[in-house]
Design a protein around this ligand. Structure first.
Ligand SMILES: Nc1ncnc2c1ncn2[C@@H]1O[C@H](COP(=O)(O)OP(=O)(O)OP(=O)(O)O)[C@@H](O)[C@H]1O
Length: 408
């Protein structure tokens, strides 16, 4: 019978590398923190809060810095008797309209048992219920809406709520909104009125470079990893990989955590670069698999056509050069193939997902065209395909070709 035994030779506290951990210290964001504090200053001064919009790529510290500063703010306003601050945080990921966000806010503000149903009311009725709850709570209220882009174009709440006081829906209560998003298009697509109110103060968080990531990792590793268990150059390597790819602290932390798990499972005393390398391959594969779960059958078949070309060492290649492989694969999968133009749309989508890369070529009078190739390791791509497509024979054939052509 197998036995569970405790392994703690690598980690001292692995949770510190996880998403749920709230860092006590924020590294490398001094300028953003200063700007953010200025935007929050009216709260301390007892005035109406600014509305703030924070944007930047995933994993660049938008949520971490917000949580950190709001914790400090809540602590510091206690010194002033005339400021009564409440913070309400909501992740909007699964909410795709102002209506749904307003219902969630009402339910957060109401005691258990008093929640309202998520359907069946006119929108203005829900907004009025929200104003009533806010007025009952009173004081200064900051409403943090993370992943705010999920609400899409149904954004009425974003201009109605900050104007509730001006429109006499609120009397004493002062409300400020903090919207957080990693969708750069969201701001441009907002209704101009919502743009004016929500984006009163804007803060952009840029991707981290390798040095910044290393300093974030170092602080975390000091708490998370046992003494002497991080090999020479490992933090630098994780940081360099994440900086080159996304500039995301989340990616760097994930790499280090997974490399630690791999080292631990191998009964190693230290995390070494080969563990990081294996972690990278595994995370990359997970990313591709996640991206592929979102793909339609034809998206997958278009990708497999590129993989097939890569196995023959014939990438980068044009969309029309892929088409034969694609139609052949469709036939094997028992599916009608799409027209070349539609297949091309799938290639563009794969490019947006970071699975393919494309270089633009000029072809004189006939205009420009793109050449596609895999932007992820061949092995990760084909392994992920094997999990989701039922074209085993074709996949084995591609794998044999890749071995023959020394592609990996
Ligand atoms: N400057 C930093 N100092 C310490 N930890 C950081 C810093 N920036 C990010 N982190 C850590 O990196 C991880 C990702 O950060 P965070 O969730 O704040 O990113 P985000 O920009 O909000 O991403 P998303 O848009 O995907 O929600 C978290 O574990 C966070 O604690």
């Amino acid at each position: 019978m197998p036995r569970f035994t405790r392994k703690q030779n690598i980690f001292r506290n692995k949770d510190v590398l996880g998403e749920a951990y709230h860092p006590e210290q924020i590294e490398e964001r001094d300028a953003e923190i200063e700007e953010y504090m200025t935007a929050l200053q009216p709260v301390v001064d007892g005035w109406e809060p600014n509305n703030i919009f924070i944007y930047g790529h995933p994993g660049v510290g938008k949520t971490a810095v917000t949580e950190y500063l709001l914790t400090l703010l809540q602590r510091d306003v206690k010194e002033y008797d005339d400021v009564d601050l409440s913070v309400i945080s909501l992740n909007c990921k699964s909410l795709n309209s102002s209506y749904q966000v307003a219902v969630e806010l009402v339910n957060k503000l109401r005691p258990t048992g008093g929640e309202i149903s998520s359907t069946g009311y006119p929108q203005q009725t829900v907004f009025k219920k929200l104003y009533r709850e806010l007025e009952t709570l009173g004081g200064t209220i900051l409403i943090v809406l993370d992943e705010i882009d999920s609400i899409g174009s149904r954004d009425d709440l974003l201009y109605e709520l900050p104007r509730a006081r001006a429109n006499d829906y609120l009397d004493q209560t002062k409300v400020g909104m903090i919207g957080i998003s990693n969708d750069f298009k969201f701001r441009e697509q907002l209704d101009p009125r919502a743009q004016d109110t929500l984006c009163e103060r804007e803060l952009q968080f840029s991707p981290y470079d390798a040095t910044e990531l290393e300093s974030i990792l170092q602080t975390r590793a000091d708490i998370a990893i046992a003494e002497g268990a991080v090999g020479q150059g490992v933090l630098k390597y994780c940081s360099a990989l994440a900086a080159r790819d996304s500039g995301s602290a989340r990616q760097a932390l994930d790499l280090l955590r997974l490399a630690g798990e791999i080292a631990e499972n191998n009964d190693a005393d230290q995390i070494e670069e080969p563990h990081v390398e294996r972690a990278r391959t595994k995370l990359e594969q997970e990313r591709i698999e996640e991206g592929m779960r979102e793909l339609t059958t034809h998206g997958r078949l278009a990708l497999l056509a590129v993989i097939s070309k890569a196995a023959k060492d014939e990438t980068p290649c044009r969309s029309r050069e892929l088409y034969d492989d694609y139609t052949d694969l469709c036939e094997r999968a028992g599916t009608d193939s799409l027209a070349q133009r539609s297949m091309h749309n799938h290639l563009s989508e794969l490019r947006m997902l970071g699975i393919l890369s494309a270089s633009e070529n000029r072809s004189g009078s006939r205009g420009n065209y793109y050449s596609y190739e895999l932007d992820v390791p061949f092995t990760s791509a084909i392994d992920a395909m094997a999990d989701v497509l039922r074209v085993d024979e074709a996949i084995h054939r591609i794998q044999r070709l890749a071995v023959k052509n020394n592609v990996s």
